[in-house]
Design a protein around this ligand. Structure first.
Ligand code: RUQ
Ligand code: CUA
Length: 691
């Protein structure tokens, strides 16, 4: 990193915030290119055709509201998992079954900002069951099942304004822990913003997470009106604790850039969640009324349902003493990371000139000795010197997040000076530093948040790529960069674009989840209320202005594939059941003029598309997934007649064909709708159509 830029920084500290902003602009254009192109690097990331990657990496997509799944070390994009945002590629949030997943007390929200991922853990190690992610804007957390790579549960978080510091897991996935970024009037109220200091509070939420379908806010802790940020739960000796950074201890509510950057130190909030749990169990919490929504995808019907919850258990530092302490920490800290032994708590002070490391042993001693500087709203503030393990000097400009390799080293991402700084736990000396291209935010080492990191790779998640790739109009891609950290020196070995803006990411050994993949949903177990488990069960039914079409899909046709008797303004619900019972045979479904996306129906499941025809005519529908050689033949028509038309409702199902055939045997001709060209029976008996 260039010396002149560092001097420039020191000179410019008067307007620290401005430097933060322009830090982007002076990203090092004149730096050696950091070219990856040698054969040695190539061989390290080359995964031969037909071979599998060693790790799955789950990367947050930021403002796309999704998770990108990549293979490491190849950097190959395997899948996008939509969570908080509608996704036309597979109908997430467009199909009637998935729409409830996006329900909130603000209505059905088609988007959010997803920043952090957290793999479920057992005894401090990744266990491959789930990955949890946060929605920043309208506070929510989601559970994604790692057998299906689908979000199965979303819980809104009440009493929260900006769910950024979230989700963080305790070492047995007892709780998903989340903070509010913005303090608010709690409960919400119409108050002047200038009442911030007296009326605004923060909350930390503890969400029970170990049982599928049962996420709930177990209790919340009311905290002073600061901004809360990232956290880690402890491990080993510190496993009953969680450590949250906070900033804006100035309690500014305007021009935060300046007004929240005044104090030399803000705090890490050290919270004993076990204590809080006991307090909540012993009736120390008050029930605070507040509405929030819980959405669950039912495993067997594959239909999501929403329920509204009505209150939370609220604890305060006073009602549950000895549960929260403030650790003074320089300056506007962002990341708080706990090393694999559980002893060290590392803070990334966005504006700090050192990386402070607190000691859990010292913290406990300081609490015993009551080494308090002061008390804020019932929260003891410990003395900095009494808890400090050490400071990493010369950490670069704007240290943010730290990960660990399990071999005694820590790696800190440094935003303004665009680098990764490697340092030694215990001696605090910097042993290596390497540039990133550019403006690295988070850093990820597979297992880096656990007691057993796989210290082989580190991934830098970069905000800016400038000149690194082919340009793509006004917005250039973000990127991930892969470093080999197995040796003494970090080596950049791969550079690949990501979808959306990556914030945090996790990676897990492929061997932990590869074998558990669900291949298809069992048709026999399908409990969807409108399932058709065979073509014989397909059918059509009118209930007032609503028409239900139970349709099946199998290579290479829909049944029924001709529908008549629908009228303008009807709500037509196409319930498509994919009859396939084989891996990777989805069928798609789309109809002209639908204002929802397509459906992509997995084998054995039922998905519903809502369509409200606006004009008369005959409209084609077709399969959108190239499923077989005769995929192009997988199509059909819906005839739409005027309101009040006498065209009878009909679908050319097997049942309909059976009726016509039986009627014919008895010498009865079923009525032919007026205005029908070929006549109804001709359709229904399946007379070959001219092509
Ligand atoms: S944040 S770049 Cu949203 Cu995790 Cu630190
Ligand atoms: Cu089914 Cu194409």
């Amino acid at each position: 990193m260039s010396l002149s830029r560092r001097t420039g920084w020191l000179v410019a500290t008067a307007t620290v915030a401005t430097t933060m902003v322009y830090g982007f602009a002076c990203a090092p254009a004149n730096r050696p290119a950091g070219a990856v192109g040698n054969a040695d690097a190539a061989s390290k990331v080359y995964v031969a055709p037909g071979q599998h990657d060693e790790f799955y990496a789950f990367m947050s997509g930021g403002f796309n509201g999704q998770i990108g799944v990549y293979g490491l070390p190849s950097g190959r994009l395997l899948k996008i998992i939509p969570v908080f945002s509608q996704f036309p590629e597979n109908g997430w949030g467009y199909s009637e079954e998935t729409k409830p997943m996006l329900e909130t007390t603000f209505g059905n929200i088609p988007w959010d900002d997803l920043h952090h991922t957290a793999l479920s853990q057992t005894a401090g190690e990744d266990d491959g069951r789930w990955i949890f992610v946060n929605a920043n804007n309208t506070p929510r957390v989601a559970r994604v099942d790692l057998k299906t790579f689908e979000a199965t549960e979303i819980l809104q978080i009440p009493n929260s304004g900006g769910n950024h510091g979230s989700p963080f897991l305790t070492s047995n996935t007892e709780y998903v822990i989340a903070s509010t970024r913005f303090s608010l009037p709690i409960p919400q109220a119409d108050v002047p913003i200038s009442d911030y200091k007296k009326a605004f509070k923060g909350t930390i939420s503890f969400i029970s997470a170990n049982e599928e379908g049962k996420m709930d806010v177990a209790f919340q802790l009311l905290v002073p009106g600061y901004n809360y940020d990232l956290a880690r739960a402890g491990k080993g000796p510190s496993k009953d604790w969680v450590f949250f950074t906070s900033y804006n201890s100035e309690q500014a509510y305007e021009k935060l850039e300046i007004n929240a950057s005044k104090a030399d130190k803000d705090f890490i909030a050290a919270i004993n969640w076990k204590n809080l749990e006991t307090c909540a169990k012993n009736g120390k919490a008050e029930n605070w009324p507040v509405d929030y929504v819980h959405n669950v995808m039912d495993e067997f019907s594959r239909v999501a349902r929403s329920e509204i919850k009505k209150s939370v258990k609220m604890l305060t530092p006073q009602s549950c003493p000895n549960s929260i302490y403030f650790l003074p920490t320089p300056k506007s800290p962002h990341g708080a990371d706990v090393d694999p032994t559980g002893e060290y708590i590392v803070a990334g002070g966005k504006l700090a000139t050192v990386i402070p490391v607190h000691s859990f042993t010292k913290l406990q001693q300081a609490i015993k000795d009551q080494a308090f500087e002061t008390t804020i709203e019932g929260i003891p503030v410990l003395k900095y010197d009494a808890i400090l393990a050490g400071e990493v000097k010369d950490p670069g400009l704007g240290p943010l997040h730290t990960e660990f390799d399990g071999k005694g080293y820590a790696y800190t991402s440094v935003f303004i000076s665009s680098e990764i700084v490697k340092w030694k736990l215990g001696t605090w000396e910097v042993v290596d530093r390497t540039p990133t291209y550019y403006s690295v935010g988070h850093l990820m080492i597979p297992g880096g948040a656990t007691t057993k990191p796989a210290g082989k790779y580190a991934v830098a998640l970069n905000k800016i790529t400038k000149d690194r790739y082919l340009p793509t109009g006004p917005e250039l891609t973000q990127s991930a960069q892969l470093y080999d950290i197995s040796g003494e020196k970090m080596k950049l070995i791969l550079d690949f674009p990501t979808t959306g803006e990556p914030h945090y990411a996790n990676a897990i050994a492929a061997s932990k989840i590869e074998k558990q993949q669900k291949k298809y949903y069992s048709l026999a177990e399908n409990r969807h209320p409108q399932v058709a488990k065979s073509e014989r069960e397909a059918g059509i039914e009118r209930k007032g202005k609503v028409v239900h079409v139970r349709m099946t899909a199998i290579r290479s046709h829909f049944a029924p594939d001709n529908i008549e008797g629908v009228q303008v303004g009807d709500t037509v619900l196409f319930h498509i059941t994919n009859l396939e019972q084989d891996w990777d045979i989805p069928h798609g479904f789309a109809i002209q003029g639908a204002i929802n996306s397509e459906l992509l129906v997995m084998p054995g499941e039922t998905r519903t598309l809502k369509w409200i025809p606006k004009s008369v005519g005959v409209f084609p529908m077709y399969c959108t997934d190239f499923c077989s050689a005769l995929h192009q033949e997988m199509s059909g028509y819906v005839r739409v007649s005027p309101v009040g038309s006498s065209v009878p409702l009909m679908a050319n199902t097997l049942k309909a064909k059976g009726q016509v055939a039986r009627a014919a045997q008895r010498g009865i001709t079923l009525p032919t709708p007026p205005g029908s060209v070929e006549g109804h029976a001709a359709h229904a008996t399946g007379t070959p159509r001219p092509r």
